[in-house]
Write a protein that binds this ligand. Structure first.
Ligand code: GSH
Length: 246
C-alpha cells in the first residue's frame, strides 16, 4: 500500500470483474490503498444512456474522480486511468518523472508493457478462438518462443517484480490480468497445457509470473468460477463472429 494520502479522493470505479482491462484499474487502486465505490456495468446488455454519458465508448473501466479540490472528473481507458492514479498518488508502482532516474524507470516499464501488448498478447486471442488442436499447438509454440525472445530478457533483474522491485509495479499492474488469465485458462482447457510447460522452461518469466498470479492485489476480484463461465460464453461468441465473417 502507498503512503497515507493527504487528500483522500472520492473514486467511483465503473467496472466488470470479468474484464481484464478493468482488472488493471482494480490492481492499481488496491495497491495504492485508495477507497473507492464500485459500479458494476452489465456487459451482456446494451449500455444504458447514463453510462454512455460517463463513457461514450461504452467500455469499462472508467472512473469518476474528485479529490475535493477539483470538480468531478471522468477518466476512461484502463492504461490512462491506471497511469493517472499512479501519478496522482506516488508510490512504489512507478517513480515520478522529474528526475532522470525516475524517467528511466518509467521508460523501462513502458517498454515492457508495450512489448507485451504489441508483440505477444495477440497470440493469446488467436489461441482462444482456434478450434484445431494441431493449430493450437503450433500457435502455442510460437507464443512461447516470442515470450522467450521478447519478455524473458526484460525480466532478468526481477526480484521478484519488474526492475528489481520487491513490490509490484505498474509493469505488473498493466499486464497481470493477462498473465493470470493465461495460467488459469490453460488449467481450464481454453489454452493448451503445453503453454505452461513451455513457459516453465523460461526461468525469468515463470518465476515472475508465479509471483504475479498469487499477489493479493491481482487476485482479490478474481472469482474463477464466474470468470471461466463468462469466458466460455465470450469465446463461443468470438468464434461465431469469426465464422460469420469468413
Ligand atoms: N481499450 C480499453 C478496452 C476496454 C474493453 O474492451 N472493455 C470491454 C470489457 S473487457 C468492454 O467494456 N466491452 C464492452 C463492449 O464491447 O460492449 C481499455 O483499455 O480500457
Amino acid at each position: 500500500m502507498a503512503d497515507t494520502h493527504s487528500n483522500t479522493p472520492k473514486i467511483t470505479l465503473y467496472t466488470n470483474h470479468h474484464c481484464p482491462w478493468a482488472h488493471r484499474a482494480h490492481i492499481v487502486i488496491k495497491e495504492l490503498g485508495l477507497p473507492y465505490e464500485e459500479v458494476i456495468i452489465d456487459l451482456d446488455t446494451p449500455r444504458e444512456p447514463w453510462y454512455l454519458e460517463v463513457n461514450p465508448r461504452g467500455l469499462v473501466p472508467s472512473i469518476k474522480f474528485s479529490d475535493g479540490t477539483h470538480k468531478d472528473e471522468i477518466i476512461t481507458e484502463s492504461a490512462v486511468v491506471s497511469q493517472f492514479l499512479a501519478d496522482a498518488y506516488p508510490s512504489h508502482l512507478v517513480p515520478p518523472s522529474n528526475t532522470v532516474a525516475g524517467a528511466l524507470t518509467r521508460a523501462r516499464i513502458n517498454f515492457f508493457v508495450d512489448t507485451w501488448f504489441s508483440k505477444v498478447v495477440s497470440y493469446w486471442y488467436k489461441l482462444l478462438v482456434q478450434d484445431s488442436d494441431e493449430e493450437k499447438e503450433k500457435l502455442s509454440k510460437e507464443f512461447i518462443t516470442l515470450v522467450g525472445k521478447e519478455i524473458e530478457p526484460l525480466l532478468k533483474d526481477a526480484t521478484p517484480f519488474f526492475g528489481g522491485s520487491e513490490k509490484i509495479t505498474l509493469a505488473e499492474a498493466l499486464t497481470a490480468p493477462f498473465i493470470l488469465r493465461i495460467y488459469k485458462f490453460s488449467n481450464h482447457g481454453f489454452l493448451p497445457k503445453s503453454l505452461l510447460s513451455g513457459f516453465g522452461a523460461l526461468p525469468n518469466f515463470s518465476k515472475w509470473a508465479a509471483e504475479v498470479i498469487k499477489h493479493n492485489s491481482v487476485t482479490y476480484i478474481w472469482d474463477e468460477k464466474t470468470i471461466i463461465a463468462a469466458t466460455a460464453k465470450r469465446i463461443e461468441k468470438l468464434k461465431a463472429d469469426a465464422k460469420a465473417k469468413a
